[in-house]
Design a protein around this ligand. Structure first.
Ligand code: HEM
Length: 179
């Protein structure tokens, strides 16, 4: 996982819980590099789970809820860093349906060793859309936060349902309906 994901997690933790919490979870997680991440470096994605696990224990908050909140935070940083990617889409569904074939393809140009998930999108006659997430990283909660924040970014009222196709979270179907 790219270092930028770790540095953004530390940013979010610092904003919500303070700098001391960042240091505490780095200590708790007993990371090989003691929390020194560079944006372009590549690190074991399990370190994210160790950091979030430590935060979950210290804040008594469900780890998946924290990962989802992190997804929402990440989307806001993407909007700030790459506004053109969002301006190119007139609504949430056109943005989300381009994540796999366009957005993450652009990401790979910046970070050639990025390890990205697979998304398949399916439009339904009733106007809803499925996004099927597949990744051995099982970061479906991150995807959930990113999708919710995208809907909010485009100011669209929505309902989001998820169905585990694989019980371990490596394949999850999100159904997004506009209200
Ligand atoms: C401008 C928008 C976006 C940018 C710049 C972006 C960029 C990235 C980057 C840099 C990574 C890390 C790759 C790595 O560490 O190797 C990543 C991972 C990921 N992205 Fe995106 N992304 C965007 C939008 C989205 C959206 C809207 C979703 C969900 C619908 C999404 C879902 C994910 C997930 C779930 C991962 C974690 C990796 C995994 O589960 O296998 N991304 N993205």
């Amino acid at each position: 996982m790219k270092g930028i994901v770790f540095t953004e997690l530390f940013d979010m933790v610092e904003t919500h819980f303070g700098l001391e919490m960042v240091q505490n979870i780095i200590d708790d997680a007993q990371l090989p590099n003691h929390g020194a991440y560079t944006k372009v470096g590549t690190y074991d994605h399990k370190e994210i789970y160790r950091l979030v696990g430590a935060l979950s224990q210290r804040t008594d908050t469900d780890a998946n809820a924290l990962i989802k909140a992190f997804g929402k935070h990440l989307l806001q940083t993407f909007v700030a860093s790459y506004p053109a990617l969002f301006e190119n889409s007139s609504d949430s569904f056109s943005f989300l349906s381009g994540v796999h074939d366009y957005i993450h393809v652009e990401v790979r140009k910046i970070y050639p060793d990025a390890d990205l998930p697979h998304f398949a999108t399916i439009d339904h006659p009733d106007g809803s859309m499925d996004m099927v997430y597949t990744s051995s990283k099982k970061m479906y909660a991150l995807a959930e936060g990113l999708i919710e924040a995208t809907m909010e970014h485009y100011n669209e009222a929505f309902r989001l349902d998820k169905e585990f196709i694989e019980e371990d979270g490596s394949k999850v179907r999100f159904t997004i309906s506009k209200k």
